[in-house]
Ligand binder design. Structure first.
Ligand code: NAG
Length: 146
């Protein structure tokens, strides 16, 4: 009985908050990441299914005042850092300006194009502040699949 309750509660939590994933911080300076959520990603490494849209939500605390911010996304394919095209203005994906100490949610999404190769890739997601310091930087391993 308690197992059933636990599963139902867990399912509700996942349903509401999405899929928190393991990530490696790759040098966040002007922010502190509390959670990285990738939906859908029921099992890790995350499967990025071609033709589907993946939602990315990052909760972080700003360590300095942030007026403008730029998103840069890269994929390490066979160790080579390759830029992944995403819209740059990160203030479209969170509310700017951000006061120092404010807890902020950054939300973005990526469309997994049908022509992407079915490779494993370490995604590096960076958001830079007005001084080009990293507000957030995280690595997540991903498998592109059908
Ligand atoms: C991703 O976010 C969009 C906009 O908030 C929402 O409509 C969509 O259902 C989300 N997709 C998933 C897989 O959670």
């Amino acid at each position: 009985m308690w197992k059933v309750v636990a599963v139902v509660v867990a399912a509700c939590i996942v349903g509401v908050f999405g899929d928190k994933v393991q990530y490696k911080d790759c040098g966040s300076v002007s922010g502190t990441i509390s959670d990285v959520d990738i939906t859908p990603c029921p099992t890790e490494p995350c499967q990025f299914v071609r033709t589907k849209t993946i939602n990315v939500t990052v909760d972080f605390t700003a360590k300095t005042a942030i007026s403008t911010a730029v998103t840069k996304v890269y994929g390490f394919i066979l160790g080579i850092k390759t830029p992944f095209p995403v819209p740059g203005d990160a203030c479209q994906d969170m509310t700017c300006p951000i006061a120092s100490g404010a807890v902020t949610s950054y939300k973005n999404s990526v469309f997994v194009k049908p022509e992407y190769p079915k490779v494993s890739v370490v995604v590096q997601w960076e958001v830079h502040d007005q001084d080009d310091k990293l507000i957030i930087c995280f690595n997540v391993p991903v498998q592109i699949s059908d």
